[in-house]
Design a protein around this ligand. Structure first.
Ligand code: OGA
Ligand code: MN
Length: 290
């Protein structure tokens, strides 16, 4: 039996990242609810709200609290909800034409921040669970303020003042992005340099900003030194101590701040169906060094 919550609550999901917000119905938010959610978002970087029953309009309205809601580019419209370019479908389900109705398939999505190859990367990403496989497909989030705080000073010194190239060739499912040619050379692949340690624009807190491992490159180092440093950084940043692993239930809304978290998804059985509705808010600025 579901219990009807009447008071707002907040419980941390893991020591390094995330909180569950309870007692709020996202389809009818009061001014106080909105303030509560925004404060929790800035404090915890990832939020979970369970047992939500959202229309497409509700999801867009809630997403717009965090910034201007992005629209799927023209070439990707087939993966958006018809007539709602702001809502992107993440799914392995095949449509009548035999093609997936959404992105990312059923494989693992490796650790990443969304579209950090852009000059102004998207800020918040929101995922709303519509249909889920019986097992697999868990989504993991790692907190990059905690990862930086917990970093050995020697490792931190090696990235202070440095920038990292964020690859624009592959998406997190390992698929080549539209209009790009396959390239596995970190030195020549398309991408964008961002500071390795950024100041979060809302909180001012320093955060580790890695983007994704594949084709990454620490600017100014030899490829060999860059690879060794990135391996050390990634091994540190994705330790369980900084992570929350989310086992989905239908009606869950999970959201994260791409400026201060990384996320990944476990693979699931491709014969099972998984469907999420996804929105993201536009980046307002380029990441800035702390
Ligand atoms: C995304 C993403 C993970 C998931 O939509 O950006 O990484 O659990 N999704 O589907
Ligand atoms: Mn993602």
């Amino acid at each position: 039996m579901t219990q009807i919550q009447t008071t707002r609550g907040l419980q941390p999901l893991a020591p390094g990242v995330g909180a569950e917000v309870t007692g709020i119905d996202l389809s009818s938010l009061s001014r106080e609810d909105t303030d509560f959610v925004l404060d929790a978002y800035h404090e915890h970087a990832a939020l979970l709200l369970r047992d939500q029953d959202l229309s497409h309009e509700d999801l867009i309205a809630f997403s717009s609290l965090f910034g201007d809601v992005d629209e799927a580019p023209e070439a990707q419209r087939s993966k958006a909800v018809p007539g709602k370019p702001q809502i992107y479908v993440v799914s392995n389900i095949k449509g009548d034409n035999g093609k997936p109705i959404g992105s990312l398939g059923a494989g693992e999505a490796i650790w990443h921040a969304d579209m950090s190859n852009r000059e102004n990367p998207p800020e918040a990403t929101l995922l709303y669970a519509v249909e889920l496989p019986p097992e697999g497909g868990d989504t993991w989030i790692a907190g990059m303020a905690a990862a930086l705080e917990g970093m050995h000073p020697d490792l931190r010194r090696r990235i202070e003042g440095r920038s990292i190239k964020h690859d624009g060739t592959y998406n997190s499912g390992g698929f080549v992005r539209k209009g790009v040619v396959a390239n596995d050379d970190p030195l020549t692949c398309p991408g964008t340099l961002h500071p390795a340690i950024c100041a979060h624009p809302a909180t001012g807190k320093p955060v580790l900003y890695l983007g994704r491992r594949r084709n990454a490159y620490v600017d100014g180092l030899s490829l060999e030194d860059s690879e060794a440093l990135l391996d050390a950084l990634w091994a540190h940043a994705t330790q369980d101590a900084f992570c929350y692993a989310h086992r989905w239930r239908k009606g869950d809304l999970l959201m994260w701040d791409n400026r201060s978290t990384l996320h990944r998804r476990d693979a699931f059985n491709p014969d099972h169906r998984r469907m999420m509705l996804r929105t993201q808010t536009k980046g307002r600025a380029a990441p800035r060094a702390a």
